[in-house]
Design a protein around this ligand. Structure first.
Ligand code: NAD
Length: 426
């Protein structure tokens, strides 16, 4: 007996990534005539773990945060997904991010299912040693969930290669031998992959180039605005600048910068290294994050948080192309508005899959204990990104779908096919 489906409907709450993720699935399931049983399976995560993470503060007191790890689907292979440290992290957000990971891996043709994890924490209020103790305790709490054949965490917002090293070390200390394949996005010295640090941004760049080719636009002099100057946005600014684009605006949580003639990401990186933010960079006009999203540019790359483009500002977006570096930056209803207005939206599950693609390469290299060069990594990444874009673009044209509907269709159909092949246990 199947459980009663929950009420379905559309939503536009900027804080409801889970509702958006489900609305996207429901819409495509109807369009493609997905078998109702498979649809119901895919509407919920396979398993979700909520953990309490107590750790010692530098002053000797104890702090306790809530942590999560969700496996959305593992039918095509082990679960894969990042770990996020952010005050807005909650179980529903992690469920949404895990679902998107399932489609993302399937679209890229990578043999992983979708996972995600995180801790509801403001990292700015903790020292690095507190973050280390919190990470190690979180890793040990989710230990039964993870492993190279089960679930492989990676960096996401406010987590980095050092944090991956601590998770890998905690796991390895518990098994008694080194297990590099338990995480990706770790330093090259302990089994990380060349090219992983910039892989998501490089993938975003390849996707922008594919889009420009598909729309018969030239790469030269393309103007770009990027929201978020972290692992994805910061590196993307540099790569796009180096490739000949004019990066007119960037921002981080503290605010943004605009320069009509184009910004120099190298100079911004130097400034950020000292100040910890891009905000206040001399030689550029200050702008707000909201203003950045509404700039008249060829390409807009939201690369920070979810739900920044909603029904409230979708009509004001002036970019020709919106390439989602972040996960879920555009709400379900805002997406409709952008599509009606003829803005070419390249969805997160396609555009930012470069990170998980090179994470897959890292996992393969760890298992084989045989490592690749930068060129091998980048070339293979480019081939996968270009192929994925072409497949999605072709399906969108053939069936009259948006790029997001087409991408979700491909992801869902590959997962559904795997379910059909394996059958329903028992
Ligand atoms: P990060 O922590 O390295 O950087 C996040 C950036 O966003 C920072 O510059 C931060 O100041 C800024 N930011 C945070 N809140 C903001 C706000 N409210 N408004 C404007 N800027 C804000 O994180 P990241 O790894 O670059 O991830 C960014 C996004 O990309 C997330 O949605 C993440 O899930 C997604 N993503 C990351 C990867 C990866 O490999 N790191 C892969 C795929 C998708």
């Amino acid at each position: 007996m199947t459980s009663e489906p929950e009420a379905r409907g559309t939503v536009d709450t900027a804080d409801s990534a889970w509702d958006n993720a489900r609305a996207q699935l429901d819409e495509v399931a109807d369009l493609m005539g997905l078998a109702p049983g498979v649809h119901e399976i895919l509407r919920s995560p396979k398993r979700a773990l909520v953990v309490s993470v107590p750790f010692r503060m530098d002053d000797g007191t104890t702090r306790v945060y809530e942590g999560y790890r969700v496996h959305h689907n593992v039918t095509r292979g082990p679960a894969k997904g990042g770990v996020r440290y952010h005050p807005a992290v909650n179980l529903n957000e992690v469920k949404a991010l895990a679902m998107w990971m399932t489609w993302k891996c399937a679209i890229a043709g990578i043999p992983f299912g979708g996972a995600k994890g995180g801790i509801s924490v403001d990292v700015r209020s903790h020292s690095r040693s507190e973050i280390e103790r919190m990470t190690r305790r979180y890793a040990s709490e989710i230990l039964p969930f993870i492993g190279p054949e089960r679930d492989i965490p990676a960096p996401d917002m406010n987590t980095d290669e050092e944090i991956m090293s601590w998770i890998m070390d905690t796991y390895s200390m518990n098994t008694g031998f080194s297990v590099p394949g338990v995480v990706t996005g770790k330093p090259v010295a302990i089994g990380g992959s060349r090219g992983r640090a910039g892989a998501t941004s490089r993938g975003v760049m390849y996707t922008i180039f594919s889009t420009l080719r598909a729309l018969n636009l030239s790469i030269d002099e393309v103007s770009v605005a990027i929201q978020g100057y972290g692992k994805v946005g910061g590196y993307a600014a540099q790569l796009l600048h180096d490739a000949g684009c004019r990066v007119l605006a960037v921002s981080d949580v503290d605010g943004g910068l605009y320069r009509e003639k184009g910004l120099d990401p190298e100079a911004i990186n130097r400034y950020k290294q000292d100040s910890g933010t891009v905000s206040g960079f001399p030689g550029a006009e200050p702008i707000t994050n909201d203003e950045l999203l509404e700039l008249d540019v060829d390409v807009l790359v939201p690369a920070a948080v979810e739900g920044v483009i909603t029904v409230k500002n979708a009509d004001n977006v002036r970019a020709k192309i919106l390439c989602e570096g972040a996960n879920g930056p555009v709400t379900f209803e805002a997406d409709k508005i952008l599509n009606e207005r003829g803005i070419h939206v390249v969805p997160d599950i396609l555009a930012n899959s470069g990170g998980v693609t090179v994470s897959y390469f890292e996992w393969v290299q760890d298992i084989q204990a045989y490592f690749w060069s930068d060129e091998e990594v980048n070339d293979r990444l480019r081939l996968i990104m270009e192929k994925s874009y072409e497949e999605v673009h072709e399906l969108a044209a053939e069936k009259g779908l948006s790029m997001r509907q087409a991408a979700t269709w491909i992801g869902v159909s590959r997962v559904a096919e795997a379910h059909q092949m394996r059958g329903l246990f028992p």
